[in-house]
Design a protein around this ligand. Structure first.
Ligand SMILES: Cc1cc2nc3c(=O)[nH]c(=O)nc-3n(C[C@H](O)[C@H](O)[C@H](O)COP(=O)(O)O)c2cc1C
Ligand code: SF4
Ligand code: SF4
Length: 296
């Protein structure tokens, strides 16, 4: 079946610069005989047609393109150059937070962050990652009440998740006296965020990566709003491997991958500065020879 979508061009604004045609990932935009861009018919959305990426709307310097009912004037403006320094600070100063205030985060802040999360990238613009968010501390407590005692009981029988052992569990228990404040499972985080998706079939690995990328975007957004975050693989393991009934409470479909849980909330102990991680041998740059010499 041939499809067309709501691509609208304002010919009074278009200057025929071709940016939209040369950006269209689906290659469904072409110049018409009159030199204006037009949308071709296509077979279906995705690789065989329009990717629904909205790059045409975003790239047009004249704001001449509307698509899927979205108008260019409703888009956020581009990031000003000076934001680079803020972003650098955000990335460097973002640190794992393991102690939280026992307080819900302002729901408006959570809504803003989640609304921005729809823009996290996915392979092929599949947009197939779902977000489950527990934005009330009492509901987190309900899940905790279900999972924590089972986890403890299993530990007494030396039953752990695949990455744990007697030693690690003992260390985690010890951490409850200081860094994790009585909660080795969720670190007392008042809220949880889980990016999940059906990761079966040919694109399973890519879909997992999409969830992980979404997790990283979420973490940065939270930190930009002054919230603390912790990415936890252990809590996810507990819900997946030891207490499936707690996972069911989250209504995440059983065939969905949930590798990471992000705990977030107002930090009890904010960071005063960034860390200075050793770059070691991590960065490999190939520049022109003169620049290479200068660096060495
Ligand atoms: C994939 C991943 C899984 C993690 N799982 C846990 C976890 O289960 N428990 C925990 O306390 N921290 C977890 N962390 C946090 C790391 O331990 C943390 O990054 C490390 O302590 C360094 O601190 P930083 O995030 O401030 O650089 C995880 C981090 C990542 C990226
Ligand atoms: S990018 Fe905008 S101005 Fe340029 S050709 Fe496309 S619609 Fe016209
Ligand atoms: S949404 Fe993306 S793929 Fe579709 S027409 Fe616009 S640029 Fe091309």
């Amino acid at each position: 079946m041939k499809e067309k979508t709501q691509f609208t061009l304002d010919r009074h604004r278009c200057i025929k610069c071709g940016r939209c045609v040369n950006t269209c990932a689906g290659m469904v935009l072409k110049f018409g005989e009159d030199g204006y861009p037009e949308m071709q018919e296509f077979e279906r959305f995705g690789w065989r047609g329009c990717w629904r990426c909205q790059h045409c709307l975003a790239v047009c310097p004249q704001g001449a393109i509307s698509i899927f009912g979205k108008k260019p004037e409703d888009s956020l403006p581009p990031v000003p150059e000076e934001m680079g320094a803020f972003m650098e600070r955000l990335v460097v100063n973002r640190r794992t937070c393991r102690r939280y205030l026992d307080q819900n985060v302002d729901t408006q802040i959570i809504s803003r962050i989640l609304s921005a999360m729809s823009a996290a990238p996915t392979g092929g613009n599949a947009m197939n990652v779902e977000y489950t968010v527990i934005d009330d501390k009492e509901r987190v407590k309900e899940i905790w009440n279900k999972a924590y005692p089972v986890m403890e009981e299993k530990a007494k029988q030396h039953i752990y998740t695949h990455s744990f052992s007697d030693f690690y569990y003992r260390k985690m228990k010890e951490s409850e006296k200081s860094i994790r404040k009585d909660d080795l499972l969720f670190c007392g985080a008042p809220h949880l965020f889980i990016a999940h998706s059906n990761c079966t079939g040919k694109w399973a690995e890519d879909t997992k990566v999409n969830c992980i990328i979404a997790t990283a975007y979420f973490e940065l957004l939270c930190n930009a709003y002054g919230l603390g975050t912790i990415i936890m693989s252990y809590s996810s393991e507990v819900l997946n491997e030891l207490v499936p009934e707690a996972r069911r409470m989250l209504n995440i479909p059983p065939d969905h991958y949930t590798g990471l849980i992000v705990g977030f909330g107002y930090p009890e102990i904010p960071y005063a500065r960034g860390v200075q991680k050793d770059r070691g041998n991590k960065i490999h740059r190939y520049s022109n020879k003169k620049q290479d010499k200068k660096r060495n």
